[in-house]
Design a protein around this ligand. Structure first.
Ligand code: COI
Length: 357
């Protein structure tokens, strides 16, 4: 039984316009014709779940999200297989993280089954918007929640709006990249919001990304807030290092985002002859390891970016350094291919990660 009541748009995108969009979707350039919406009212709970035409919203200018940034989001993808079936990848992990993000931001907690139904029912209705697997395209799904109550006092809001929108997407980064190790900015601190997927974390990152561009890099390597000594994440992604001893090392959870792709790759490491290790890793260990050859490959991972090879660093300490020969490494390419093959149904899904829509 569907949970969402549907109101169809009278002005669906034409087949021709959708085909043109799917031929070169970019990321966030086009949107499916409908969105899922559920409002929350304190004392009354979650209201009627609806799928409605995708339109602008009227929000009171005092809505709390616009002043104090009470907002969280998720990102996951729907993949079209060669037999035309459509699948999600570990959506229950996103549903669970949406709960912990809401708790950290003092927001209403969306029941996980409502999250899963919103995603599944919207994707099912918008199947035609899911691109083919060519060029690793997919439908990127963006569930999010805002504090909608018009109130200027600083406290948790009493009303929230949860919604799901979706955009056909190609690869988020098309090229391997270099990272700038910023001495000036911090993404997260102990006790802060680093583990929550909230908009404020991304807003605060933008100036550091400008600094990365100015230093010839595509993204920032984030370090800890106290000493700028310990590696945390890169850009909007988790970061992983392959060592000469056959380890796949990634920063332990704490103030970083618990990425679904991160967790999945750690579980695939053994299939590629690597031992997964979650532990603190310092900037010095990285920079020394690049010089000595102890670190042989580096990559970033996330839902949007999948696996992005990191081929160099720039830092105030040591200037420009390349990773190995400056090309994407073999383990990076193998792991990326393995993950993508599971997502598109071309490799065995041993862990039962994929869910048919
Ligand atoms: C994702 O990979 O889903 C992200 O959160 C990155 C996004 C901000 C583009």
């Amino acid at each position: 039984m569907p949970m969402f009541q549907v109101t169809r748009t009278a002005t669906s995108t034409s087949d021709a316009a959708r085909q043109a969009a799917l031929a070169d979707p970019g990321f966030g350039r086009y949107y499916v014709d409908h969105m899922a919406v559920v409002d929350y009212v304190a004392g009354d709970g979650w209201q009627e779940p609806r799928i409605v035409p995708m339109t602008e919203w009227a929000l009171h200018p005092a809505a709390a999200v616009m002043h104090y940034g009470q907002e969280i989001f998720e990102g996951l993808k729907a993949y079209r297989r060669d037999d035309d079936s459509i699948w999600l990848f570990r959506p229950e992990r996103n549903a669970a993280r949406f709960v912990t993000s809401a708790q950290r931001m003092g927001m209403a907690v969306l029941p996980e089954e409502l999250f899963l139904a919103s995603v599944t029912e919207l994707v099912d209705m918008e199947r035609e918007w899911v691109p083919t697997s060519e060029n690793e395209q997919s439908l990127y799904i963006r569930p999010f929640m805002i504090a909608s109550e018009p109130y200027l006092g600083v406290r948790e809001a009493n009303t929230y709006r949860y919604a799901v929108i979706a955009t056909p997407a190609g690869p988020y980064y098309s090229e391997p990249m270099k990272l700038w190790i910023t001495p000036n900015y911090t993404r997260a601190a102990p006790g802060g919001t680093g583990t929550a997927k909230c908009g404020g974390n991304y807003a605060a990152s933008l100036i550091a990304t400008q600094e990365a561009y100015a230093n010839g890099c595509g993204q920032v390597l984030w370090t800890d807030g106290a000493e700028h000594k310990w590696i945390e994440e890169c850009g909007t992604m988790n970061v992983m290092f392959v060592t000469a001893d056959g380890e796949l090392v990634t920063p332990a959870l704490g103030s970083i985002l618990a990425g679904v792709t991160r967790e999945s790759i750690l579980m695939l490491a053994a299939d590629h002859g690597l031992t997964a290790v979650e532990r603190p890793i310092s900037v010095d260990e990285l920079l020394d390891g690049l010089e000595s050859g102890q670190i042989t490959e580096v990559f970033a991972c996330g839902t949007a970016a999948v696996v992005t090879p990191i081929v160099g660093f720039n830092s105030p300490q040591r200037g420009e350094q390349v990773v190995a020969d400056g090309q994407p490494g073999p383990k990076t390419r193998e792991i990326r291919q393995h993950l993508v093959d599971i997502q598109y149904g071309r490799a065995e899904d041993k862990h039962g990660w994929t869910v048919k829509v």
